[in-house]
Design a protein around this ligand. Structure first.
Ligand code: HEM
Length: 147
């Protein structure tokens, strides 16, 4: 990522982090509007606590953008946990859509096309790492059941 793109992500995330509980609440509201069937996945979760975990994970990624390779192992571990929650590849697009909608509602006219492009790219990078790790984790199981 270009330095200017990283700075844009850091600055916009700093504003979101200042109201992280409200931002997380808005995010899950968008997520469940976009796909109500996902609610059951979070049935046992304390959503306030879940929101804080999600915002902490996003903060971890945003503060590591200049050395993204250092967060890959943690994202891979998180991805394997998500396989256990029943998360599938298509869910990553739904979460990405809810994230962009949340930022767009939060920043309103200040959420420029450039913000949308940079956040979409950053989320895509994280989701790609997680989906690849989930696939690698599930591959032996898939092959065993195919044989
Ligand atoms: C792409 C970026 C994502 C990040 C950074 C992320 C982050 C997290 C974190 C940090 C946790 C807490 C894990 C723990 O307790 O140790 C979590 C839990 C969870 N995530 Fe994600 N997640 C992502 C994508 C998704 C997707 C695509 C779904 C599917 C809808 C999803 C569904 C869940 C569920 C169901 C839980 C467990 C809730 C519970 O505690 O019962 N996540 N996520």
């Amino acid at each position: 990522m270009q330095e200017a793109e990283i700075v844009m992500l850091e600055e916009s995330f700093r504003e979101v982090a200042a109201v992280r509980d409200d931002a997380a609440e808005l995010f899950y509201e968008r997520l469940f509007v976009n796909d109500p069937s996902l609610r059951v996945m979070f049935a046992s979760a304390d959503m306030k606590d879940q929101g804080r975990k999600l915002m902490a994970a996003l903060s971890f990624v945003v503060t590591s953008l200049r050395r993204l390779d250092t967060v890959v192992p943690a994202l891979q571990t998180l991805a394997v946990k998500h396989v256990g929650y029943g998360v599938r590849d298509e869910h990553y697009a739904t979460v990405g859509k809810a994230l962009i909608e949340t930022l767009s509602l939060f920043f309103a006219h200040r959420f420029t096309l450039e913000h949308r492009r940079v956040w979409t790219m950053a989320y895509g990078t994280v989701a790609d790492v997680m989906m690849a790790a989930a696939a690698a984790h599930s591959e032996p199981v898939r092959q065993a059941s195919a044989s």
